[in-house]
Design a protein around this ligand. Structure first.
Ligand SMILES: NC(=O)c1ccc[n+]([C@@H]2O[C@H](COP(=O)([O-])OP(=O)(O)OC[C@H]3O[C@@H](n4cnc5c(N)ncnc54)[C@H](OP(=O)(O)O)[C@@H]3O)[C@@H](O)[C@H]2O)c1
Length: 325
């Protein structure tokens, strides 16, 4: 071991960790060992980390989504700068700005100053985007992209219904569906309709005052991030041959018989790390066709406050933590 190797092995970093499942106050700032990039991996100095519902579900249950048990460091979305490359990495060099959702659904540990993860789980930053915006993008935009484009193969003229259209996934799904030439219908509280119209939504339903299932018809694709009581009602909006993509697993309450009777395709989709998808997202951002809204930004030390806001279920766009200035 050289002196540089020893220094590296001893290097520490600031992170937010938890030693038990629980409420937001289990999140604590700690000093821990800095990871080192393995073969095929890059070490990224994290500037900002996106916050997602998967984070607070993992924090609270400690077992979502892959049975991980505390202590662990949360955070799936990373924006930062390559600090070091592992053996065999050819795509990136130290100093490159990258963003990604490495390792999902395994833990990436983005609430920390450094993350080491497979190089191909990252992509170069879109031009003109800062770290907060880049950290807001990966998990939510890849979910929207993989659902609408890879899975449903949305075509121009198709009618797409997006639930929770003002949320992290929803506001990006509205724009991606629009960029594919779809007629976009969204559910959101009335206060968010102007914003969603500015992002390209064609029709909006205030779910608090109207039942979307009574007013929306002949839909080709539903992206359902609410699930539960929305499943059966979403089925009623679909035309025969349409597709319902649930972003939550189809449990025992899923109305399989109604889906079969309606002649529609139904499935649960889980987002995956996807460099090609990130590059498509970047292209849309650079073309001005995709604008990520980072509505609430907190310093890393205030991760608990970020979770408390997210858990209301009524935040707009994305929540982001700033890690390194
Ligand atoms: N399967 C996957 O790969 C995958 C990937 C990403 C996310 N997800 C899941 O998808 C869900 C949404 O994620 P997200 O990041 O988009 O969440 P989010 O940003 O927390 O969603 C917040 C939005 O939901 C809206 N909302 C709340 N209740 C609603 C209702 N009954 N009808 C319509 N809109 C409603 C709110 O609008 P108002 O303020 O107007 O109420 C708010 O803007 C989470 O459960 C998450 O775990 C799954």
């Amino acid at each position: 071991m050289t002196l540089a190797d020893t220094d590296r092995a001893l290097a520490t970093m600031r992170a937010v960790s938890q030693d038990r499942p629980g409420a937001p106050d289990v999140l604590k700032v700690i000093e821990t060992t800095r990871p080192q990039p393995g073969w095929g991996e890059i070490l990224v100095r994290v500037h900002a980390a996106g916050v997602n519902p998967a984070d607070w579900k993992t924090r609270e249950r400690g077992a979502f989504p892959i049975g991980a048990k505390p202590p662990f460091i949360l955070g799936f979305d990373v924006s930062g700068v390559v600090e070091e490359i592992g053996e065999g990495v050819t795509l990136f060099r130290p100093g490159d700005k990258v963003f990604g959702m490495p390792r999902f659904p395994h833990l990436a540990g983005a609430y920390a100053e450094y993350v080491a993860a497979p190089a191909r789980h990252f992509a170069p930053h879109p031009q003109g985007v800062d770290h907060v915006q880049a950290a807001a993008l990966p998990l939510a935009s890849l979910t929207a992209w993989q659902a609408l484009v890879d899975t449903a193969r949305v075509r121009p003229g198709q009618r797409v219904l997006i639930h929770a259209a003002a949320g992290g996934v929803g506001h990006l799904a509205v724009q991606i569906a629009k960029a594919r030439g779809a007629h976009v219908i969204g559910t959101a509280g009335a206060a968010k309709h102007d914003l969603l119209r500015s992002l390209g939504a064609d029709e909006l339903i205030d779910y608090r005052t109207r039942d979307f299932a009574e007013v929306v018809r002949d839909v080709d694709v539903v992206i359902d991030s609410i699930a539960g009581p929305y499943w059966a009602r979403s089925l009623r909006t679909l035309r025969p041959g349409g597709t319902l993509i649930s972003l939550l697993p189809l449990d025992d309450t899923f109305p399989h018989e109604e889906a079969e009777a309606a002649g529609v395709r139904t499935m649960f989709m889980l987002v995956e790390p996807d460099q090609a998808g990130l590059r498509e997202i970047s292209a849309l951002v650079e073309d001005g066709r995709l604008r990520v809204i980072a509505d609430a930004v907190f310093p890393l030390e205030e991760a608990a406050a970020a979770h408390t806001l997210g858990e209301t279920g009524h935040s707009t766009g994305k929540i982001v933590l700033t890690v390194t200035p």
